[in-house]
Write a protein that binds this ligand. Structure first.
Ligand code: GCO
Ligand code: MG
Length: 396
């Protein structure tokens, strides 16, 4: 079963996605992968089209691990967001092919289901605590039990993730002092309003220094957050030692990591409780299951990144892995733009707070190429920049 073609599509059904289709010499046997890197889509598309696809023609599509090792180690240049996203696109498409060839869903190939579905969390951002509480109540009515709370910080501007889509707010101002005061107040208000039942987490988005992160983790502790996400920058991740010394607030990190070696110190030193790697940015399912196995040995749970800026193929891959591992923690869920449903079928479904994939062979996602062609790539979908009041750059 040899690879005859590797096709790359860049499409924008509301969000830009880079999709990979690997075609084999077996009639009708092909696989779909996702290689989307938000704001750097064309760099990945070029890496795939110009450099990686030509290496794959004629190779055995069944040799997933060998192809992974060949592209990661055998071609010398490895790591980084562009190459690891490109590798993920290939890896996902090969697992899709493997499942279709076997007539089995990928979770069955990975060892079979360990649970009924993947516990999902929902973004419930808002301008203030009252709006977030209303959003959480609405999500509870839809069956969710875990929620992410982001709030605008008075005196600085928008912190709630959704507001970044409003381009008029570029660049956004941010100051840590009002933020550090606002977050415990938010959690206090949410607990007062909603009680103990909802599991609530917060994404710091790498904005704090270690001592600030320690302060916040300690201040939030009485309100029992589900986890505090990305409290510090990924470049200084072992500074989480400092945060650990000051609180028992569970910590999560990993969406900016690219492979198991980025994760290793945090897992083996038990500096985090959840690892949040993005399957589309770490070279795919092959790497994800290795990270999960390492994490399992250290009581770290998996919480794969699941934002709307990666395609539904990655969301399906998330759930297939979630379904098959022992140390699954929680799965970030996203609401896609409505046009996405025209292009993709088989997107994971949500009921009673659990994400599920079907038992269809492979990853279970089909892509409508005619629909995809109606939504050409939209340039300039960049992330915003944060600046301090004095004009200096702040991590977004
Ligand atoms: C999350 C993330 C995202 C990222 C985005 C960057 O936890 O979902 O932090 O919102 O900002 O994926 O492209
Ligand atoms: Mg995040």
């Amino acid at each position: 079963m040899n690879i005859t073609d590797v096709q790359v599509f860049v499409t924008c059904p509301g969000r830009n996605y880079v999709l990979v289709k690997i075609i084999t010499d077996q009639p009708g046997l092909y696989g779909w992968g996702d290689a989307t890197l938000n704001g750097r889509e064309l760099a990945v598309a070029s890496a795939l089209r110009d450099h990686i696809a030509p290496l794959l023609i004629g190779r055995d599509a069944g040799r997933i691990e060998d192809t992974w090792q060949f592209l990661f180690r055998g071609t010398y240049w490895r790591g980084g967001p562009v190459l690891m996203t490109a590798l993920a696109g290939i890896d996902l498409a090969l697992w899709d092919i493997k499942g279709k060839q076997a007539g089995l869903p990928v979770y069955a190939l990975l060892g079979g289901p360990t649970r009924a579905g993947a516990l999902a969390y929902r973004h419930c951002d808002g301008r203030d605590a009252a709006e977030i509480a209303d959003n959480i109540r609405a999500a509870q009515a839809a069956g969710y039990t875990v929620f992410r709370a982001q709030v605008d910080v008075p005196g600085t501007a928008h912190f709630a993730d959704a507001t970044w889509l409003d381009r008029t707010t570029y660049p956004q101002p941010f100051e840590t002092t009002p933020y550090l005061r606002a977050m415990p107040r938010l959690f206090e208000a949410l607990r007062r309003d909603l009680g103990d039942a909802p599991e609530i987490l917060h994404d710091v988005h790498e904005r704090l220094t270690p001592i600030q992160a320690a302060r916040l983790a300690a201040d939030l502790e009485p309100y029992r957050p589900f986890f505090l996400e990305d409290p510090v920058r990924p470049e200084q991740a072992t500074s989480l030692h400092l945060v650990r010394q000051h609180s028992t607030t569970p910590l999560a990190m990993g969406e900016l990591f690219h492979h198991r070696w980025d994760c290793l110190p945090l897992i083996t030193q038990q500096l985090i409780d959840f690892i949040r790697v993005d399957i589309a940015h770490i070279g795919g399912i092959s790497e994800a299951r290795k990270i999960a196995a390492i994490a399992e040995a250290y009581h770290v749970q998996m919480a794969f990144h699941g934002p709307p800026d990666v395609a539904p193929i990655t969301h399906a891959a998330n759930v297939h892995v979630d379904m098959a591992i022992a140390n699954f923690g929680v799965q970030e869920s996203s609401v896609f733009p409505p046009q996405v449903a025209e292009v993709f079928t088989g997107i994971p479904t949500l009921a009673e707070g659990l994400l599920r994939v079907s038992a269809a062979p492979g990853l279970g996602i089909e892509v409508d190429e005619a629909a995809l062609a109606r939504y050409p790539y939209q340039p300039g979908e960049y992330l915003p920049t944060l600046r301090r009041a004095d004009g200096s750059v702040q991590d977004w």
